[in-house]
Design a binder for this molecule. Structure first.
Ligand SMILES: [Zn+2]
Length: 221
């Protein structure tokens, strides 16, 4: 398989990235950034939009499904502890069944929905929010740096950004990591990738446990 041209990092823009993993079976290349420690699948091996949507439709999670709600409690519980009453939020990449939004609404908050496939109303991206959730979404983004800048632009001073995405804990696990096998997963973060994000955008990490990271923008709501 031919080695493609070295791409710049899609999170921090670093030009000096390196080939990190070759999957000969699926003919995929993965790259690694030495600065923000992001790993990502080469752009030549991304799905097209129709194939990507088909995978999401297969994985539909119903908002009332107890197991799925329990899974989302990992982000909703630490976020709720930090929100003021009746906060206004955005669930970015909410998917077809916006369970997290419903859970936060049950706690008295209001939540706008955005998803490029299932809730494509872009007018919600022109507002400002007290909090933004982005669960199981960042790993699908081809340009996570651009998406983060866009999300932080919609976040009020003192607002919270909550991201849930699989964290790569050991390089040795990467080749066999189940998270890598999903054809729609293209970006893989490590704990220190979030340290880089916090430093770069001057955010304060207020919670970082397992695959959930919550950060606060400087200032007061
Ligand atoms: Zn980088």
């Amino acid at each position: 398989m031919s080695i493609p041209e070295i791409p710049a990092c899609p999170l921090c823009g670093q030009a000096e990235t390196r080939l990190f993993c070759l999957d000969f079976l699926r003919q995929r290349h993965y790259w690694r950034c030495p600065d923000c420690h992001l790993s990502w699948r080469d752009a030549r091996h991304h799905l097209d939009a129709a194939a990507e949507r088909a995978v999401y439709e297969m994985h539909e999670n119903h908002p009332d499904e107890p197991g799925y709600r329990r899974f989302l409690t990992r982000v909703s519980a630490p976020l709720r502890e930090r929100l003021p009453q009746a906060a206004r939020g955005l669930d970015f990449g909410c998917g077809p069944g916006p369970a997290l939004a419903r859970m936060l609404e049950e706690a008295g908050h209001s939540v706008a929905l955005y998803d490029p496939f299932f809730h494509p109303d872009t007018s919600v991206l022109n507002a400002e929010y007290d909090f933004i959730t982005c669960t199981e979404t960042m790993e699908h983004c081809a340009q996570p740096g651009m998406e983060l800048a866009r999300l932080l632009g919609m976040l009020k001073a003192g607002g919270h950004l909550a991201i849930m995405t699989g964290h790569l804990s050991e390089d040795a696990r990467f080749a066999r990591w189940h998270y890598r096998q999903d054809p729609t997963h293209i970006c893989f973060f490590q704990r220190r990738s979030f340290d880089w994000i916090a430093r770069h955008w001057n955010l304060t990490t207020v919670f970082h446990q397992g695959d959930v990271w919550i950060a606060q923008k400087p200032g007061r709501i």
